[in-house]
Design a protein around this ligand. Structure first.
Ligand SMILES: [Zn+2]
Length: 306
């Protein structure tokens, strides 16, 4: 079974928790949606103008987390880990009802979202899924931060490099092929910050809900979380997870190769904006039974074969 057709959930899936930055409690209800609906957030605490499409054009802030906003100024923030979970599980269409301004941070990764989605069968829909295939190389730099995307044969590959002074994060790097690789380590990698930044972040109104239960905190060359790391590249793996969640704001699964050094939400969003500026940069196509490549067999299918 290949991932040729669009998918949605068979029934609604609920989450509850607090927002990493707002510290506010919120309830999320991810419900099935029709073909070509895409991913749409719906602020159910408001009774009008409350839908916000998960699209890169609706990103109005990408500082520390990704915030989407509609034309009426209605926002939802920290959408990236939930979007990454939808991408990994292979959900194309869903309405995400939420009763506050920030998606719950859960354990700081996408693990809880993915586990809940995978407990339910997905529904194959009648329309084919569309893929965004990159046709030319696009590069962006912002000081020491760099990102590029270039054509790739079959899949989305993300190569990410960090550069921190402390030894525990250091120059961690990793490359993940989103179709061929096992994504368990990436999807369970938690968000992180430096201890010395916490007061600054709080003074700026961020990280009010942050704790060692939902974020890795590094002080000098030490990890403050007593349970240690979940995998030995957890920091860079989390950045790869963020990158994928932000890329899903293209509205498509992507066939291309990303290289990123020290980037983040803003740079990924700027890259998508640049890709879509010129139609020569990409094509949008469906995949059919004849031309689906082996490496587009998703993780779930690999599991069922094994
Ligand atoms: Zn993140």
């Amino acid at each position: 079974m290949y991932e040729i057709y669009q998918k949605t959930l068979s029934k609604e899936v609920k989450f509850k928790g607090i927002g990493l930055h707002s510290g506010k409690a919120s309830s999320v209800n991810v419900i099935p949606a029709k073909e070509d609906k895409g991913i749409v957030f719906k602020r159910v605490d408001l009774n009008k103008n409350n839908e916000i499409k998960a699209n890169f054009k609706n990103v109005t802030s990408a500082k520390l987390c990704t915030t989407l906003e509609n034309n009426h100024g209605v926002k939802v923030s920290t959408v990236e880990h939930l979007l990454a979970a939808l991408y990994i599980v292979g959900i194309d269409n869903a309405i995400i009802e939420i009763d506050n301004e920030e998606v719950p941070i859960m354990d700081g990764s996408s693990r809880d979202f993915i586990n809940a989605f995978e407990k339910n069968d997905l529904v194959n829909q009648t329309k084919k899924r569309k893929y965004l295939k990159i046709s030319s190389k696009i590069e962006l730099t912002d000081g020491k931060r760099r990102i590029s995307i270039e054509p790739n044969d079959l899949s989305l590959e993300v190569n990410f490099q960090l550069n921190y002074k402390n030894k525990i994060i250091g120059k961690q790097k990793n490359t993940i092929d989103f179709q061929a690789d096992n994504l368990d380590e990436v999807s369970s990698s938690r968000t992180f910050c430096l201890y010395e930044d916490i007061e600054k972040l709080r003074a700026m109104g961020f990280a009010k809900g942050g704790s060692l239960d939902n974020a890795l905190v590094v002080k000098d060359d030490k990890l403050l979380n007593s349970d240690g790391l979940r995998n030995n590249k957890e920091f860079v793996n989390h950045k790869i997870l963020d990158c994928m969640g932000d890329l899903f704001l293209s509205g498509y699964k992507i066939i291309g190769k990303i290289k990123c050094s020290q980037g983040g939400h803003k740079l990924t969003n700027d890259l998508l904006r640049k890709v879509f500026q010129n139609k020569e940069n990409y094509s949008i196509s469906e995949i059919n039974e004849k031309n689906v490549p082996h490496s587009l067999v998703y993780r779930q299918n690999l599991k069922s074969i094994a």
